[in-house]
Design a protein around this ligand. Structure first.
Ligand code: NAP
Length: 472
């Protein structure tokens, strides 16, 4: 049961704004209203861009930006329980996982503060050519300009943090559109940034109709960069429609893992624990496990009972491992994909008495089934028996996605071969590819995106190099 019903206004130009229209935020578990948020549209988005433009006319020095980011990190630490509970309530995320997200958001702000203080260009060795003799040159890193940020429902706090904190570190003002299902954590972050001393206009949060707000962000020439995390369909269309803007996309995956016969003995446990947290609704939740012949029997024997032991239930309960998926449409789609997998159901495949999908494991699905090719974004894992490492790598590469992949083996040569041949932005060895630390360069290739996040990398993307040449 939700314990609070928050009412939040939009944050535009340093003011908390009502619009007369409200967006209801419901618990994906109980259906109860956990909050309502003022619903904005094109008018509020324009006002937000006006405010961001005014703010950027008076740049904030790096030490001030860093100080604000550090203060927000501190508040996230002090208000940890409240932040985790809010994430859990609006997203239906089990408290265990919500606590990790709240802690990670703190880490994201902390690393962004470091980047704000380090932000600098570089010297150019001018006398390395005859033409450069007698000249001194260096680059400055200047903010690109106003950033339009759009975020998904599944990490309502930390993925918002990955937009706001690096943008401020880079010296850019932001207009943020959070996911309609989960806008409360974003507005809490805005409250913390305001309390930390962020002057008006540097951050604006407008929740509401995605296409209306998105259209303004795409069309307004003052928005220099769009940073989007969400589904590929929406992301790639945004990029097409904004050819003159810098568009950074963090999109989906159908995360593969290869298990070799010489995998560490706790591999099945590691993968069982990492395939179902937040009911598989993480862009790097383990989805397709390719098990080599010699490892098959032992792996299946170890994996399935561990999956069956996961606690499915109320996300507010600290013991729960797997909660609800985000809404009824998602639940119906996931169960339909399971039905049409063409494989053998080893466990799950149905809902419990609270309509939660039980963690589901399918053996040897059809190669062209949706569960083998598309992003399930639900508590479903496939196990496919494969004859060789070569075949496993080929199968892992066989979707259009390329965010993260993993391999479990003790053999250095197999690990390095996989790292070189897996067409993904990141490859984990003897760790589930669900792993992410917030300072890592994180992002995809192929249909999974075109950027790297992690404050150091995002700050580079949100700044441009300006060359200064001085005749001595
Ligand atoms: P989504 O449906 O694409 O929504 C993401 C955001 O885009 C939401 O704020 C949504 O607003 C907005 N949006 C939708 N249509 C839009 C439009 N026409 N113009 C502008 N904005 C628009 O994705 P989701 O279901 O929230 O999130 C799940 C997806 O995100 C999965 O594919 C997952 O893999 C991906 N993801 C990727 C990463 C990564 O780092 N690579 C991390 C997390 C999630 P509304 O909510 O108002 O519709």
């Amino acid at each position: 049961m939700a314990t609070t019903a928050l009412e939040r206004k939009l944050f535009v130009g340093g003011e908390w704004v009502e619009t007369g229209d409200w967006l209801e935020v419901r618990s994906p578990y109980s259906g109860d209203i956990v909050g309502r948020v003022a619903k904005g549209g094109p008018q509020e988005t324009k006002r937000a861009i006006d405010a961001a433009e005014r703010a950027m006319r008076e740049p904030l020095p790096a030490h001030k930006r860093a100080e604000i980011l550090v203060k927000v990190a501190g508040q996230l630490g002090r208000r940890h329980d409240e932040v985790a509970r809010l994430i859990s309530e609006e997203a239906g995320k089990p408290m265990k996982t919500a606590r990790v997200e709240a802690q990670r958001a703190m880490s994201t702000f902390t690393f962004a503060a470091v980047e704000a203080r380090k932000l600098a260009g570089e010297m150019v060795p001018m006398d390395a050519s005859r033409a450069g003799e007698g000249k001194l040159a260096f680059t400055l890193r200047v903010p690109r300009g106003i950033v339009g940020a759009i975020t998904p429902f599944n990490f309502p706090c930390n993925l918002v943090a990955h937009k706001l904190a690096p943008a401020l570190a880079a010296g850019c003002a932001v207009v943020l559109k959070p996911a309609s299902a989960t806008p409360l954590s974003a507005l809490l972050l805005a409250e913390l940034m305001e309390a930390a001393g962020l002057p008006s206009g540097w951050l604006n949060v407008v929740a509401g109709s995605s296409s209306e707000i998105g259209d303004v962000l795409v069309e307004d020439e003052r928005v220099a960069a769009l940073t989007f995390t969400g589904s590929g369909d929406v992301g790639w269309k945004l990029k097409e429609r904004a050819p003159r803007k810098h568009v950074a996309l963090e999109l989906g995956n159908a995360t593969p893992v290869i298990v070799c016969a010489d995998a560490p003995s706790d591999t099945a446990a590691t993968l069982a624990a990492n395939s179902f947290s937040f009911a598989g609704q993480s862009c790097i939740s383990v989805q397709r496990i390719y098990v080599l012949d010699d490892a098959w029997d032992e792996f299946v024997r170890g994996f399935v009972p561990k999956v069956e032991a996961l606690v499915v239930g109320d996300p507010a309960d600290e013991e729960t491992d797997v909660g609800p998926v985000i809404d009824d449409d998602a639940r119906r789609r996931i169960l339909e994909w399971v039905d049409k997998s063409g494989g053998e159901l080893l466990t799950g495949g149905e809902t419990n008495d609270r309509d939660l999908i039980k963690p589901t494991v399918i053996a040897n699905p059809a190669p062209d089934a949706q569960v083998s090719r598309e992003e399930v974004f639900g508590p479903v894992v496939t196990l496919t028996r494969t004859g060789s490492l070569d075949e496993a790598i080929e199968l892992a590469n066989s979707t259009r996605y390329g965010l993260q992949a993993g391999i479990f083996t003790r053999d250095l040569r197999s690990a390095l071969e996989a790292a070189q041949r897996l067409e993904f932005g990141g490859v984990t060895v003897n760790e589930a590819p669900t792993f992410r630390a917030d300072q890592m360069p994180y992002g995809g290739v192929k249909a999974s995106g075109n950027t790297r996040e992690g404050p150091a990398y995002a700050v580079r993307e949100l700044t441009e190099e300006r060359l200064v040449v001085i005749q001595l």
